[in-house]
Write a protein that binds this ligand. Structure first.
Ligand SMILES: Cc1cc2nc3c(=O)[nH]c(=O)nc-3n(C[C@H](O)[C@H](O)[C@H](O)COP(=O)(O)O)c2cc1C
Length: 256
């Protein structure tokens, strides 16, 4: 039994545009038929004066810059387990509370519009030392993992995430959900934009922390919403899945 503290389900009628949009863009089945112009577009001002950035200076023994320079999506995993310490580090350093609450705002590792922190994190654990396979929830307040469902969910994740091969060898999948009301109660329909921005901040923190720990990650945007929500035991309305990030031991690493 889960509990969302301070959540009023009656609010969902007030945010019809954003919630209709979200509902109408959910994937019902796997989508593999994207066709588009593959050329990447860049904007330039050909006639403007140019001030060059020297990139050599960033390639030095420095944790922060090397972490940024080495960030990339990893899809070749060895299939070996990850350590519980690394998993907990990724959760805490990505979304944990980084300062004591002050009178006005809570502060975490990521910014959040109005400090509303609408996101929740679940982990489908496949191979992690000292942890049984199953679904875990990251409890922010106590900074701990909550074991909410036992079982091997790898095949289901593979099935519901466009059958992407790398899921067979990753060690865990981090599933980010949103409790819309937290942000939209304050910002109305516009709050929906902020929730997606918040998810981007969190996603990048997960990428960078994993890169720092020499683990591999890849984001997954294409998944069947309803099926993933069912795995987590959430209703898809008050709380719904937004983003998945696969995590594991990388085959080849080319760190700077
Ligand atoms: C919102 C979002 C969704 C993504 N979904 C997928 C996905 O479903 N499968 C996948 O292999 N990569 C996915 N990616 C990773 C991108 O393909 C990758 O970031 C991009 O190709 C740039 O490569 P890099 O991350 O190695 O720099 C996604 C990235 C983002 C930001």
């Amino acid at each position: 039994m889960s509990q969302i503290i301070n959540c009023h389900s009656s609010n969902k009628n007030k945010f019809s545009i954003a919630l209709d949009y979200h509902e109408n863009t959910k994937h019902e089945q796997n989508r593999l038929d994207y066709s588009y112009n593959e050329n990447i577009s860049y904007k330039t001002y050909p006639n403007a004066e140019k001030i060059m950035i020297k990139t050599e200076k960033y390639i030095i023994e420095n944790d922060f810059t090397s972490c940024l320079l080495s960030r990339k999506s990893v899809r070749d995993f060895t299939g070996e387990e990850i350590s519980i310490e690394n998993l907990l580090d990724i959760l805490y350093l990505s979304y944990g509370i980084n300062k004591d609450n002050n009178m006005f705002f809570e502060s975490r590792m990521v910014p959040s519009a109005g400090a509303r922190y609408p996101l929740e994190i679940y982990i489908a654990v496949f191979k992690c030392d000292k942890l049984e396979s199953g679904i875990y929830h990251y409890n922010i307040i106590s900074n701990c993992l909550e074991f909410i469902r036992k079982g091997d969910y790898r095949n289901k994740l593979y099935e519901y995430c466009n059958k992407q091969d790398f899921i067979s060898n990753c060690s865990a999948a981090i599933i980010i959900t949103s409790v819309f009301e937290r942000t939209m109660e304050k910002y109305g329909e516009r709050g929906y934009r902020y929730i997606l921005l918040d998810a981007g901040h969190l996603g990048q923190n997960i990428y960078l922390t994993a890169s720092h720990l020499k683990l591999g990650t890849v984001a997954i945007g294409g998944f069947q919403d309803k099926k993933i929500n069912e795995i987590l035991g959430i209703d898809g309305l008050i709380e719904t899945s937004l983003y998945i990030i696969a995590l594991g031991q990388p085959q080849v690493l080319s760190y700077v």
